[in-house]
Ligand binder design. Structure first.
Ligand code: IPD
Length: 271
């Protein structure tokens, strides 16, 4: 049986190699390869190359595992383990030269659909910032040898929150209405452009909470385990693999219900 720690070690090794490749390609200049779901939803040559590297390493080292990647799709395995990969989360930042981008790799077991899978190991590596966040189920979330913990409570000034907006322009009005509902409990808002890093920052206590609608599974697979292993709570609906989902929320336990209620259109918390 492969332990979560073994999966974590492998994910760390591959994420480092992948992140170094992404950073190298960035210094050489970035070419937009195509647009995807909307004009603003881009993929660079580097996204494809980095995912191909991750996929090739996994195929060498764990050929019977499944794979679900942002750029190259899904493949079922026979071990019950699936690797959920965003080669460059924050592609628009990457294309514009903003260092807030990350390689996100999660190993999950069970049905490879968010809400039904159980994440076993996770890595979010931001190569331009030299930060590698990692977690193994039951073993905590870590950054540079430091164990991470979500913030117990927002300060009296309110919660420092992260969010993101969908690429599809028809979703922008809903995103902005959600921001308006949430602002009364916020001290301020950050829109960093990489959901995996938003979640890593919640795990690290750099943000009190995070909410976004329309994420894809690879955006949150690794970050969600970081938050849970740092003592936080995450919730999102369970769509089919590859589908963009409804509201996703992550926060420390003291804030979670209030944030979910404010962010959801009907004002109810999921628990
Ligand atoms: C995107 C980023 C962004 C979030 C979008 C994601 P990508 O991922 O995480 O912050 O707002 O919802 O799709 O396209 O850069 O991999």
């Amino acid at each position: 049986m492969t332990t979560p720690q073994q999966l974590q070690s492998l994910a760390i090794e591959i994420a480092r190699e992948a992140g170094d490749l992404a950073r190298r390609r960035r210094t050489e200049g970035v070419a937009i390869a195509a647009t995807k779901s909307a004009l603003a939803d881009i993929v660079t040559e580097a996204d494809r190359e980095v995912e191909a590297l991750i996929r090739a390493r996994l195929a060498e080292l764990r050929p019977a595992d499944g794979f679900l990647g942002e750029e190259s799709g899904a493949e079922h395995g026979t071990t019950g383990i699936t690797w959920v990969v965003d080669p460059i989360d924050g592609t628009v930042n990457y294309a514009f030269g903003i260092p807030t981008y990350a390689v996100s790799i999660a190993a999950v077991t069970g049905d490879p659909a968010p809400g039904r899978w159980e994440a076993q190991a996770a890595v979010v590596f931001a190569p331009a910032m030299g930060e590698l966040f990692h977690a193994a189920r039951g073993e905590g979330a870590w950054l540079d040898g430091r164990r991470l913990a979500v913030n117990a409570e927002p300060t009296p000034a309110g919660a420092l929150l992260g969010t993101g907006f969908g690429y599809d322009p028809t979703t922008h009005a809903g995103d902005l209405a959600r921001v308006a509902r949430v602002m009364p409990i916020a001290r301020d808002l950050r829109r960093m452009g990489a959901a995996s890093l938003d979640l890593a920052y919640v795990a690290a206590g750099r943000l009190d909470g995070y909410f976004e609608s329309g994420l894809s599974p690879w955006d949150h697979a690794a970050g969600a385990l970081l938050v849970q292993e740092a003592g936080g709570v995450v919730a999102g609906p369970a769509p089919s693999p590859g589908a963009r989902s409804g509201l996703f929320v992550a926060a420390g336990p003291a804030l979670f219900d209030r944030l979910f209620a404010a962010a959801s259109a009907n004002g109810t918390a999921p628990r």
